[in-house]
Design a protein around this ligand. Structure first.
Ligand code: PEP
Ligand code: MG
Length: 577
């Protein structure tokens, strides 16, 4: 039997899957204005409220279940969706539509969605405008809950979900229901869902523009999350190829597991330091399981995002001390709270009404503007330093002044803590995150004040390229393979080497094994990455020849555009990778 016509998308998460397609056409809320009987109005409102409550509970459960097992950004999406469900205006408007117009709950959602879409369309801010996607994800979930018979669940065991786009909150639940892969017509390689799919090892193909038109539910498919190929109705030969591919992937995975106890050493014998990014205590054991060198980035803001009040000094201290004890002598790097912008805390510390929050009071700016809260955190971190090696990392530093201000506070607090009998280490290393271009360019102006640098490329890319990291409309611009980013990284690494200050990268690119040769060529010797990506990066390191990559650095820095960088990467990626 001949195979069907292949479709192409972009491979966003590695792996191959064979399964039946479940095609989910884009969300089209009911807009036929059918009226319900007056006697059903109150029941319909109750039905809607029950659906909203269930959706809210789902979000809360999901957040609990995933805490620590997901990239920080996914948590933010969950929070945003919960906020939408909590929005009293949205809910009041729906009640009103059901009551005054006698619309069904589904129809009211459709009408309200249209009204809001018109408002979103008029927004000047791209980021806000793109939040319509979140609204759609929330409305979609409500429609599913209201009409379980019409809207089958996202998928069942052995299915490949074909849809327009997928929210991280939905994607994360798919593996548990046995869904073996996902194809989206939209999406990008760096979207939150793509990051998440990679960490869940769920094959994902994005940008398969024709998938919704050409595929139908029940059709047999093979998808390849590396090449982005979709093969409908595979023939005998294609099935044989698939089996080979699956065997190869299983072998690769076994090989990867073997690397847990192996050094992260290049072919020519240079040891590379791999540290972990962590968001909760669940990540601590991974440091030992994977043989990491310690915690390179502990996102402490997670403590501040949970409750409705700020964590006090003792709560924070105990939390930080647990992290230090869990490291058993390896360093624990605490990033001071990085609140603000899209990380809005429930305690109301971060401003919520800034025109341009990513350029507003966030990170170290917010800490310095709230000295009491900041001092509480510094006291807790310093107290934890009595129990093992601690490093303090400052987010969103833009220049010397902020580092000076923190050093002054640190000295004062250290003295106070010792005077009141606390054990505080003499050697708490102070580091700056390099995420703001001004800090990257003027690093020589404050390098004398710090002990280490950590490059936060997630933010550095957005500020350097003027492309919001959360805005899908500019996702094509938000790409680390830009000569400007490479030049800046090279400069930072050179400055660090001259000053004998370690420089690590802790943004997502550090965990992308495809970019490992590039980062090594630029001079990076310390990576801080998500636990799920460590073994792949170690494998890539072990296949690299540092001498050869260093010799190829000038060619990399001469690349004029993304294609040039990709060409360099193809030429310098070890053959077996
Ligand atoms: C970064 O910006 O690269 C980073 C690691 O910080 P976050 O993703 O938490 O903003
Ligand atoms: Mg950042």
């Amino acid at each position: 039997m001949a195979g069907g016509h292949r479709l192409a998308g972009m491979g966003a998460s590695r792996g191959a899957a064979l399964g039946r397609a479940r095609v989910r056409q884009p969300l089209l809320p009911e807009t036929g204005r059918e009226r319900i009987a007056a006697s059903r109005v109150e029941d319909e409102i109750t039905r809607l409220h029950v659906a909203v409550d269930s959706a809210r509970q789902e979000m809360a459960l999901l957040r609990q279940r995933l805490h620590g097992a997901m990239p920080a950004e996914v948590g933010e999406f969950l929070d945003l969706h919960t906020l939408l469900l909590d929005d009293p205006e949205l809910l009041a408007a729906l009640d009103e539509l059901i009551r005054s117009q006698r619309y069904s709950a589904s129809c009211a959602l459709g009408v309200q969605r249209q009204r809001l879409a018109a408002l979103f369309e008029q927004m000047e801010d791209d980021y806000l405008r793109s939040r319509i996607d979140d609204l759609d994800h929330v409305i979609g979930r409500l429609l599913q809950l209201l009409n379980p018979q019409q809207r089958p669940s996202a998928g069942v065991a052995g299915e490949i979900l074909i849809c327009e786009s997928i929210a991280p909150a939905e994607l994360v639940q798919l593996p548990a229901s046995g869904v073996v892969g996902v194809v989206t017509t939209g999406g990008s390689l760096l979207s939150h869902s793509a990051i998440l799919a990679r960490s869940l090892h769920l094959p994902l193909v994005v940008g398969a523009h024709q998938a919704l038109q050409k595929l139908h539910s029940g059709q047999l498919l093979i998808i390849d999350g590396d090449s982005g190929q979709i093969t409908p109705d595979p023939d005998a030969e294609q099935l044989r190829q698939y089996r080979l591919r699956v065997r190869e992937l299983a072998r690769e995975r076994r090989e990867l597991q073997r690397l847990r106890s192996k050094p992260s050493r290049t072919l020519d014998g240079c040891d590379i330091r791999l540290l972990l990014n962590a968001e909760s205590s669940e990540d601590f054991t991974q440091v030992h399981r994977l043989g990491a060198a310690g915690l390179g980035l502990y996102r402490t803001e997670f403590l501040f995002l949970q409750g409705s009040s700020l964590p006090d000094e003792q709560t924070q201290f105990e939390h930080y001390r647990n992290a230090v004890l869990a490291m058993a002598g390896r360093p624990a790097t605490f990033r001071s709270m990085d609140l603000g912008a899209d990380k809005a805390d429930r305690a109301g510390l971060a401003p919520t009404h800034e025109e341009n929050p990513a350029l507003g009071v966030r990170g170290i700016r917010l800490s310095l503007a709230n000295p009491q809260v900041f001092d509480t955190q510094l006291r807790a971190i310093l107290r934890a330093s009595g129990y093992g090696p601690v490093r303090l990392l400052l987010p969103m530093v833009s220049g010397r002044e902020e580092v000076l201000a923190v050093r002054r506070r640190l000295r004062l607090i250290q003295r106070q803590l010792r005077d009141s009998g606390h054990a505080v280490s003499e050697q708490v290393a102070l580091g700056a995150m390099i995420e703001v271009p001004s800090a990257a360019l003027a690093v020589h102006g404050f390098i004398d004040l710090i002990d280490f640098l950590s490059v936060g490329t997630n933010d550095l890319v957005q500020y350097l390229l003027a492309a919001d990291r959360n805005n899908p409309n500019v996702s094509a611009y938000y790409n680390p393979l830009h000569p400007a980013l490479l030049q800046l990284l090279a400069q930072l690494l050179d400055t660090g080497a001259q000053a004998q200050i370690p420089v690590s990268v802790c943004g997502e690119i550090a965990g992308d094994a495809r970019l490992t040769p590039l980062l090594l060529a630029l001079g990076l010797r310390e990576f801080s990455l998500h636990p799920n990506t460590l073994l792949e990066v170690r494998q890539s390191i072990r296949q690299c020849d540092l001498d050869k990559l260093t010799a190829a650095r000038p060619a990399l820095l001469r690349a004029r555009d993304r294609r040039g960088i990709e060409r360099w990467l193809r030429a310098h990626t070890p053959a077996s990778h």
